[in-house]
Structure formats: C-alpha cells, structure tokens
Design a protein around this ligand. Structure first.
Ligand SMILES: C[S@@+](CC[C@H](N)C(=O)[O-])C[C@H]1O[C@@H](n2cnc3c(N)ncnc32)[C@H](O)[C@@H]1O
Length: 398
C-alpha cells in the first residue's frame, strides 16, 4: 500500500492534508486527472472522471474496522473494494461483478493499487457467502427490480447480525422501503444533497430471495419459443420492441454460421437457430447473467446447437460467419455499436451480412459505412434495421 503526496488545486481545511492522503489511481491516471476526496480527505481517487455520489457515500459510510469477510457489488472501477482493502488489511474482501468488461477494469485497478488479493467473483448471482458486511450502491438510474433482487440476495448471504450498507444518489424512500421489507428494519444513516445511506442488520433466519424470473413467448416459423428473462439482463419481463423489429427483418438459411452480438436472453440467436437448424450459432455477451440465461433458453427450447460465450471485449469470436445480429444499447451513443460492427467485420465471410437494429439511423449508417462496403437501411416500425455487406478487411474509423 502506498501513502504519498499528490499535487492538487483543491486545497481545503478538512481534517486530512494532502500530505497524508492515500491516493487511488484509476486506469492511466495522471497528474491532470480529476481528484475525488473520500473519507474526509483521507483517501483521494485520481481518474478521468470523478467518483459518482452513490459510490462516494458508500465509501464514506464504511466502518473503520471490520474483520470480514466483506462483499462489495456494483463496483465497476473497483474503488469500493480498494478502499475496503486499505481500511481492513486483514479481512477477506470479495468484489462481485456481473459484467466481464467491468471485472477486467476493476481487476486492473485493484492490481495497480496493491489490492490484487481482493477476490473477483464474475458470476450471474451474488456469491452465497456467508459475509459479515455487504456494501452496495443503488444509483437512482439503475433497474429497480435488479436492485430489489440484490437486497434480497445480500440478506441471504449475510451471517446472523451481518450488516448491509446501501447508498443511493436519489431519494432514499425506495431504498429504505425495500431494505425494510427484506430485513425487517432499515436505518437511515445519513442524508445529504448527494443522496443517502441506509443500513440494516440481518436478524431473520429465513431466506428472502423471491422469484423475479419471467417467461416471454414468440413464434418463429412453425415453432413457439419460450424464453426466460431475469432482472439485470436487457428487457426483463418482455421482448424489447427493437428485438422484435430485428426478428422480422432477417431469416437465416440452413447450414449457416450465425453470430449474435450482445445476445441478452438469446432471442435473436435462438430464432436464427430455428431458421438455420442444425448450423452453429454463437451467442456472445459481456454480462455473465445474460450468457447463463441465453444458455438456459437454448436448452429449454431444445436448441443446443446454439452455444454461448462470455467475453469482456468481444475477443476470440468465430470466423467465417455468414450472418451477424446486433441490437446495440442506445445509451452508449454508438460506442458499443462500433465495437459490434468491428467484431462483425472481422467474423463475417466476404459474402456475409450484419443486421443491426437502431434508433439513431444517421449515426449508425455512417458508423457501419466505415466497416462495410454497402449499408442498406430498412424502416421497421419506429426502428431502422441496417443490413451491412462487404466487410472491409482493414476497417477505417468513421
Ligand atoms: C440492447 S441489449 C440487446 C440484447 C438482445 N440482443 C436482444 O435483442 O434482446 C444489448 C446487449 O449487449 C450486451 N453488451 C453490451 N456491451 C457489450 C460488449 N462490449 N460485449 C458484449 N456484449 C455487450 C449487453 O449486456 C446487452 O445484453
């Protein structure tokens, strides 16, 4: 562990001077990066972005002493786990990740901050424990059903009298209500303009995890497919309208190899498996729960020829593929669509085709033109499906 001075313009009169502040460096952090001061200035995080309020509040609420075992979840950059390791050098610390890319980033940050003995659990569900302390942020923008499930699973993973610390950057009412329903009580530990912290101890011996899974059905050819959806995987409880638009805009031919990029529950890849039976379908996602659900859905529908792979960065995908399918997330402003287009251009045969469903047609058409010779736009309901052919061997950046 390091304790070193760090130059800053943000001098103030808090209890800790920068001379005794411990620095956590994220990514390729340099002297021009932003500093977020945590725990009254005892810790400062240097990174490209400031640490979000839900994570700041969580870290500030961690107890100074804890024997462990401790579990952190929803910690994409690994900041909470690094702080935990510094506060409690003797405790066993586990960090749960559902997304392989986030797990990769967090493990790199843990390594560069002398915390590589934190165990990373890249799994569909929270590890079962038992833990003495579980700390999780609940940002207001996050999916509430998955949030509820996290609170229930955290309850069941705690030892008797074990403690949950939960933070939010929104109003505490939802968090407080759900923690109270699950734990029997919820203590509002602090509120501020940035959000609030709620904590509770396990006093109930029964298991609190409820079933939040749902089934969705759709037909493909003469088959009726029944797919499981889970909180934390795209579009829980229903088939996304963008997915439906893309389902109606392609048909795979028998014998084809198909790649479903960002497969979620596997609706697109499994529809292709019905069309192309018995060819090879590969469904890839960075979300461990998505991959597990897509695999379960292949089995549930007797489509085991469709296989799943978990990848942090779309690495090591099959080549010589006839058809690639993609419904990229809208929130990423084309960043993930670009990663999908690059992966498709490398995986497809010269006569292969990528079908991508989007909302922002101009942005994505221009993007695909930098990876493919020809891009055709088809309007489907309120979406556009882009059909891209002729992968460029060395794609240019648009
Ligand atoms: C909008 S959802 C579509 C899911 C599914 N194809 C559907 O239509 O229902 C996008 C999916 O891409 C996945 N994803 C995002 N970034 C990814 C990446 N870099 N590598 C692999 N999958 C990624 C997400 O986890 C999510 O499941």
């Amino acid at each position: 562990m390091t304790s070193r001075a760090y130059p800053t313009q943000h001098r103030d009169h808090r209890p800790h001077t920068m001379q005794d502040t411990r620095i956590i460096r994220l990514g390729e952090a340099g002297l021009d990066d932003r500093l977020t001061r945590l725990r009254d200035g005892a810790i400062a995080v240097a990174g490209r972005r400031r640490v979000g309020p839900a994570w700041r509040l969580l870290v500030d609420a961690l107890p100074p002493r804890e024997a462990g075992p401790v579990l952190f979840a929803r910690d994409p950059a690994g900041v909470s786990a690094i702080v935990g390791r510094r506060l409690w050098p003797e405790a066993s610390v586990t960090a749960h990740h559902m997304d392989a890319w986030e797990a990769h980033i967090a493990s790199r940050n843990l390594a560069t901050n002398d915390s590589d003995d934190v165990e990373i659990a890249l799994t569909s569900d929270l590890p079962p424990g038992p833990f003495r302390l579980i700390a999780i942020p609940f940002p207001a923008r996050a999916e509430s059903l998955y949030g509820r499930e996290l609170i229930e699973r955290a309850h069941d993973a705690l030892v008797d009298k074990g403690r949950l610390i939960a933070s939010t950057d929104g109003s505490p009412s939802w968090l407080r209500r759900v923690v109270k329903e699950v734990f029997g009580r919820a203590d509002l530990q602090g509120t501020s303009r940035s959000g609030a912290v709620v904590s509770a101890r396990r006093t109930r011996s029964d298991q609190r995890v409820r079933d939040h899974d749902h089934l969705v059905r759709f037909s493909r050819g003469d088959r009726e497919l029944e797919l499981l959806t889970r909180p934390g995987v795209f579009s829980p409880g229903r088939l996304d309208p963008g997915t439906k638009a893309l389902l109606g805009a392609f048909t795979a031919s028998p014998g084809e190899l198909v790649l479903d990029l960002g497969c979620g529950i596997g609706a697109l890849g499994l529809a292709a498996a019905v069309d192309a039976d018995p060819a090879g379908i590969t469904m890839v996602d960075s979300n461990a729960r998505a991959v597990a659900v897509a695999a379960a859905n292949a089995e549930r529908n007797g489509l085991e020829a469709a296989s799943t792979v978990l990848r942090a960065d779309l690495e090591e995908l099959p080549v010589g593929v006839h058809r690639a399918l993609a419904n990229p997330p809208y929130f990423s402003h084309g960043r993930i669509a670009a990663a999908f287009a690059r992966a498709a251009a490398s995986a497809l045969r010269a006569d292969g085709v990528l079908h991508m469903v989007v909302k922002a047609v101009d942005l994505h058409r221009d993007l695909l033109r930098s990876f493919f010779e020809e891009v055709r736009v088809e309007a489907v309901a309120s979406y556009s499906v882009l059909h891209a052919r002729g992968p460029r061997s060395a794609p240019t950046q648009g």
